[in-house]
Structure formats: structure tokens, C-alpha cells
Design a binder for this molecule. Structure first.
Ligand code: HXC
Length: 257
């Protein structure tokens, strides 16, 4: 399928989505978001795909939701889903998603990156929630995910002042897992994604579920969740294969069974 605002590819069990609206620094308009969510959910449903990479351009991962598209809308437009219906589907995906961020990740762009499981940043990356400058607040989860990611103090400063942080500060604060030279960004994201895609999908889904539970549940409930998910892994052939392969000093061959 040909898309207008994204480019897609599948290689070595990894699905790639490149945001491609260079004239607007990949601002997320209805068309881009619809295409993004449609492809992401299709990748997610495909068990031949074990990881997804989302990236933008050198200049921008995404400079936010499309301000020009939102400018004249009202409460009911936005509350009813408005120009951005369906993006919550993105948060329910089971396949790990890596955001490979170079340049601006602002507003909805920063929030999209935070919906992903791992953010790898180029040294050129800039993260921010500048909505306050537009008379609004984050709307794709930023007011919730940013404090969980980097703590209340820094999140409050970013959301209340609109200050951007660079890649180094983002790594120091725990927003991104790694900073790499811009020229290596896609290669590093690809390696990380292919590593994940080489594991048992059953274990990967369970691990992602448990990590997400950690974001949402009190410790005692999260630990209970983990206890069950851990024990459930012992119902899989892949657990037998993984542990036997270790004992036999060979590589495991996972079958997602
Ligand atoms: C629409 C955008 C855009 C955006 C950039 N552009 N960001 N269009 N929505 N979010 C367009 C510009 O209008 C311009 O178009 C072109 O992209 C290049 O941008 P410039 O501003 O000329 O580039 P530069 O001077 O390098 O500045 C880069 C920038 C700036 C600092 C990133 O573009 C900027 O501040 N953008 C807005 C960032 C922002 O406020 N994001 C939050 C959006 S609100 P033309 O046609 O003039 O060349 C949000 C809410 C999410 O995300 C929740 C929704 C539910």
C-alpha cells in the first residue's frame, strides 16, 4: 500500500514506520496519525514481526500535533476524538516499539515517543512539551507519562514553561535509554529491534505486559502480576528450548509455541 505521510518497510522480523511530512516537520495531522496507527496495528497483529521501529527525519521525529489543523476547533471537536481518533490503539499494542528520535520531538511528537517502549535518541534530539505556549496542555498523555519517566520536578518545569531538553539531559533524566551519534541512529535502532525480534515472542509479550504493569499498578499488584506471568512462561515450549539450549551450550531456536 502507498501512504501519503509515512513510509513503511519490513526486514528481518522488524516493521519500520518512517514519518514523512517533511514540509511540516512531521507534524501529526489526521492523515499521518491514521496511517501510522493503521500500519502499527497491522504490524502488531502480524506474529512474523517481533519489533517495530518508528522514526522521523534528521530534522524532526515529529514537531507535535498539527497546530494549523487544530487551531479553529472547539471542545466538542477535541473531546469527541476530533482530528485524532484512534490513536489510543497505539497504546494497546503488544509488540515492542522503539522510537528512534533525531531532531525535534515536541508536544504530540514527544508523547508519541513516550508511548513507545524504548526511546533511542540521536545526539541532535530535542524533547519538549511546548503546548503551554499555545494556550493548551499536552493531550496525547504527556502530562502523565513525562512525570512517570523523568520525575515530577523536571516534568513540571517542562510542561509549565515549555523548555526543551537535549539528548544528554534526556538520557540523564531517564527519558531515553541511549544517546548515539545521529549518523548511527537507525543502525542502533535496527540492532536493538532485531535483538528483540530474535527472542520468543511469547516471552517478549509477557515482558512488555509486565513492564507496562509497572507503570500502572501499585508494587504489590505488579509483583502479583509478574508472579503469574513468570509461572505462565513455564507452560511454553520456548521456555524448555531456551533453558535446554543454555544447558547444552547452543543457541536457542524459539518457535513461539
Ligand atoms: C503544524 C508545524 C508544526 C506543528 C512545525 N510546523 N511544527 N505545522 N503543526 N506542530 C511547520 C511550520 O509551520 C513550518 O511550515 C514548517 O513546519 C517548518 O517549521 P519552522 O517553524 O519554520 O522551523 P524552525 O524555525 O526550525 O522551528 C522548528 C520548531 C517550530 C521549533 C519545531 O516549528 C515549532 O515551534 N513548532 C511547533 C512545536 C509545537 O508547539 N508543538 C506542539 C504542538 S501541540 P511553513 O509552512 O511555515 O514552512 C501538540 C498537542 C498534542 O502537540 C495533543 C493533541 C491531542
Amino acid at each position: 500500500t502507498e501512504y501519503t505521510s509515512i513510509v513503511t518497510d519490513v526486514q528481518n522480523r522488524v516493521g519500520y514506520i518512517t514519518l514523512n511530512r517533511p514540509e511540516a516537520l512531521n507534524a501529526l495531522n489526521s492523515e499521518l496519525l491514521t496511517e501510522l496507527v493503521e500500519v502499527a496495528l497491522r504490524f502488531d497483529a502480524d506474529t512474523e514481526i517481533g519489533a517495530i521501529v518508528i522514526t522521523g527525519s534528521e530534522r524532526a521525529f515529529a514537531a507535535g500535533a498539527d497546530i494549523k489543523q487544530m487551531a479553529e476547533l472547539g471542545f466538542s471537536d477535541m473531546y469527541l476524538g476530533g482530528p485524532f481518533p484512534g490513536w489510543q490503539g497505539f497504546e494497546r499494542m503488544r509488540t515492542p516499539v522503539i522510537a528512534a528520535v533525531a531532531g525535534f520531538a515536541l508536544g504530540g511528537g514527544c508523547e508519541l515517543a513516550m508511548m513507545c517502549d524504548i526511546i533511542i535518541a540521536a545526539d541532535t534530539a530535542k524533547f519538549g512539551q511546548p503546548e503551554i505556549n499555545l494556550g493548551v496542555i499536552p493531550g496525547f498523555g504527556g502530562s502523565q507519562r513525562l512525570p512517570r519517566a523523568i520525575g515530577k520536578a523536571k516534568a513540571a518545569e517542562m510542561v509549565l514553561t515549555g523548555r526543551m531538553i537535549g539528548a544528554e539531559e534526556a538520557e540523564r533524566s531517564g527519558l531515553v535509554s541511549r544517546v548515539v551519534p545521529a549518523a548511527d541512529l537507525l543502525d542502533e535502532a535496527r540492532k536493538t529491534a532485531e535483538t528483540i525480534a530474535s527472542k520468543s515472542l511469547l516471552a517478549v509479550y509477557a515482558a512488555k505486559d509486565a513492564l507496562q504493569a509497572a507503570q500502572e499498578m501499585p508494587l504489590s499488584e505488579g509483583l502479583r502480576f509478574e508472579r503469574h506471568a513468570f509461572a505462565a512462561a513455564f507452560a511454553t515450549e520456548d521456555q524448555k528450548e531456551g533453558m535446554r539450549a543454555f544447558a547444552e551450550k547452543r543457541e536457542p531456536h524459539f518457535k513461539n509455541r
